[in-house]
Design a protein around this ligand. Structure first.
Ligand code: HEM
Length: 251
């Protein structure tokens, strides 16, 4: 069955399949998933070293592996921030901001929840997907804090932890701070770093639940869009796509 038949009999609903996610964004997304998974695994191993019966040298090996992966993660965070300022239209801050048409965060949130819980239907009774070609507008409520606050804060606290624990870059002198200052800094850094891990896990849970719900409700191609970069858009979404990419280099 081809995409058109599968999605809907209404031609307005399947208007075009257009490139939305640029290659650099897709590469970032899947590399980031891999690096975050390895960071969590290495953390779980060294944090549970007693339970696992790991000798000290192996525990230190996993701590150092975690830090090296962490440097890679810092690079990824900077690369995604670069795309938010300089990337293709659908990688930028503008496409991550849920506000539009002069409406604020709370109003848009109310509207988007209602739209996703009880979507409008087409002539054939199939739910009509939203008219945003890029990031799902409800999803922006978790993408924006993730990219602007959570991931950068995790990168900064991770770097500080590397300096405190092993005297590694960027601030090696932290390793030799006098005792009260060392203990206080370590307490703040490691507790913040651990707390943000739960925020990241919370994001991933919401992200995956949202994707599954969206795919089931709209029989969409959202998941594969992050692989090949193209999205199937409604007529209205195509109009918005043209407006957003007008005069700017496409993805
Ligand atoms: C199996 C795991 C994952 C799958 C299947 C997945 C899939 C997707 C898909 C299909 C989109 C496009 C959604 C849209 O149109 O709004 C997306 C976007 C996004 N995902 Fe994931 N994702 C996964 C894990 C993660 C993880 C671990 C992170 C970061 C911690 C992440 C961060 C993002 C972000 C920030 C976006 C918005 C695109 C951007 O602006 O960079 N994802 N994901």
């Amino acid at each position: 069955m081809n995409d058109r038949n599968f999605l809907s009999s209404d031609p307005d609903r399947y208007s075009a399949k257009l490139p939305v996610w640029e290659g650099r964004l897709r590469l970032w997304h899947w590399t980031n998933l891999l690096v975050i998974t390895l960071l969590i695994l290495s953390y779980l191993i060294f944090d549970n070293h007693k339970l696992l019966g790991l000798p000290k040298p192996q525990t230190v090996f996993f701590q150092k592996t975690h830090i090296i992966l962490g440097y890679l993660f810092v690079f990824l965070v900077l690369a995604r921030l670069h795309l938010a300022f300089r990337g293709a239209p659908f990688s930028r801050w503008k496409d991550l901001d849920p506000r539009h048409e002069g409406k604020g965060f709370a109003t848009v949130l109310r509207e988007e929840v209602a739209l996703h819980v009880k979507p409008a239907t087409d002539a054939a009774g199939c739910p009509i997907p939203d008219s945003d070609p890029g990031h799902n507008r409800l999803g922006r409520y978790i993408y924006l804090p993730l990219l602007a606050v959570i991931l950068p804060l995790q990168a900064v606290t991770g770097l500080l932890w590397a300096s405190l624990k092993f005297g590694w870059l960027p601030l090696p002198f932290l390793h030799t701070l006098p005792h009260p200052a060392f203990a206080a800094t370590k307490w703040i850094v490691s507790n913040t770093h651990a707390a943000i891990l739960y925020a990241v896990l919370g994001f991933v849970a919401l992200h995956l639940l949202g994707l599954v719900k969206y795919e089931l409700t709209f029989a969409s191609d959202l998941f594969s869009s992050m692989i090949h970069g193209k999205k199937i858009l409604t007529k209205k979404a195509v109009e918005n796509y043209r407006k957003e990419t007008d005069g700017v280099a496409g993805p």
